[in-house]
Design a protein. Structure first.
Length: 125
């Protein structure tokens, strides 16, 4: 899979049979599944990419190098858009994402340790 740079806020994923355009400001989170990665948009749409979460993480870190990151890696399974984090619930192991514009509220099950680290990151700002 090759990656084409379109702009500072858009990624293109190009394969032989498919081209996927991913607007980063609309991405709620990326989710790992073996050699695939699911892109979950804040409006509820979902796309499958034939790439690993590590590759996504590398692309994002190169895009936001030197600036404030828009995404954060949480555990082995998720990369989350910081702009959509609404609630961190450590006892229930839940991370709630929303944009308050669409009716979608997304709940992710995350380990307590990862949520504690995320909460500490927010508390130290």
């Amino acid at each position: 899979m090759s990656h084409l740079k379109a702009s500072e806020t858009t990624l293109f994923f190009n394969t032989r049979d498919e081209l996927a355009k991913v607007k980063l400001e609309k991405v709620a989170f990326f989710e790992a599944d073996s050699n695939y990665c699911y892109v979950n948009f804040i409006n509820g749409a979902k796309a499958t990419l034939l790439t690993s979460l590590a590759n996504i993480e590398n692309l994002l870190s190169s895009k936001f190098q030197g600036g404030d990151p828009m995404f954060i890696r949480i555990g082995k399974r998720y990369i989350v858009n910081l702009n959509f984090i609404f609630q961190i619930n450590i006892p229930k192991q839940r991370l709630i994402l929303t944009d308050f514009d669409s009716p979608n509220i997304m709940e992710l099950t995350i380990s307590k340790e990862a949520l504690k680290n995320l909460k500490q990151l927010y508390s130290s700002k």
